[in-house]
Write a protein that binds this ligand. Sequence first.
Ligand code: ATP
Length: 367
Amino acid sequence: MADVEYRHVDKIFEEGTKALEKFSLAVEDGEMMVLVGPSGCGKSTALRLLAGLEAVSNGELLIGGKLVNECSPQHRDIAMVFQNYALYPHMTVRRNLEFPLRMMKLSKSEIARRVEDAAHLLTLTDLLEKRPRQLSGGQRQRVAMGRAMVRQPQVFLMDEPLSNLDAKLRTQIRAEIIRLQKSSGVTTIYVTHDQVEAMTLGDRIAVLNAGKLQQVGPPQELYEHPANTFVAVFLGNPGMNIFDATLNRDTGMLQLAAGTWQIPFEPLLVRKPSLTEYMEGPMLAGLRPEMFSTSTSGAEMTVESVESLGHECLVYFTASCVVPGGDQKTQVARLPGPAFYGTGNSIQLGFDPERLHFFTADGDAIA
Ligand code: ATP
């Protein structure tokens, strides 16, 4: 097992696409690191570089403290599990698991021991004599993981391994991956575009956007202290609402969403003195959907649509709000209980101002 480090890594493809830019990330020995971000942000490229399937344009890659830029894929001691896992259809599960070990020319007894251990961990023991076509999607995925595991690599790379499975199976296998990763202790880098998967799987999460690392840290820390509006909106289901915000010196009020909410700012400055630097200036404020509550002192909104989830509902509305980029005009509140509201109803929404996050006009969190 080993730690992994990307140092100032750039990847520029031949026709000029910059897939990664000054990407630096240190993954600790035994850690489960999840790379998450929207489609095309460079997640798979980061894995492929580490596996040696692509060459870095600039920067250094280290595995166990050793520079591997020039090292061939076979000598990096890495196992990869992809979205489209390919099992050998004519071989039994046992033969599929044995295959990489035969290639490594291990002894028969060592091969048998490793296969048995992996089958036990992945609850595949009863399926060892079956062929892939006799297995469910989830069982096949477990065999694919087993085939990577038996090699006992220094590092596991997983690229959206669950995206072909239905939602229930995904949740189940996610729990198995966590258990496996913890019991094997193998350093793992897991790529997904699904923020729920990232939040539940990662010891730490690295959020990427357009080839650049946005923030890295434990899931809860990123959720509670996003470094910028991208991370704030990307994490959470739905993500954080972003409003324009102004501290009005004359009235002593924080005006949110073009004045939809007016809140005395003095108590906020006590908690966050740095806000004084932004007096009268443009600023952004963020609020998680679950922080809204219905309140007679709240601002009145017109309900645009409602999604009822049984135990709670998502109420969409538009506060007249000026946000750069303009892609966050519809806001959402997550309210407990079944939906008592319908499209076109008015609803009074308030919140505890302590729950607000503040960002510069460029979207960086205000410390
Ligand atoms: P997804 O979640 O859709 O798989 P991703 O975050 O994994 O996306 P990458 O596959 O790493 O993204 O791609 C990052 C960027 O590099 C994209 O703009 C992509 O089009 C480009 N890219 C990836 N591979 C190549 C390649 N072999 N040649 C040229 N451009 C590439």
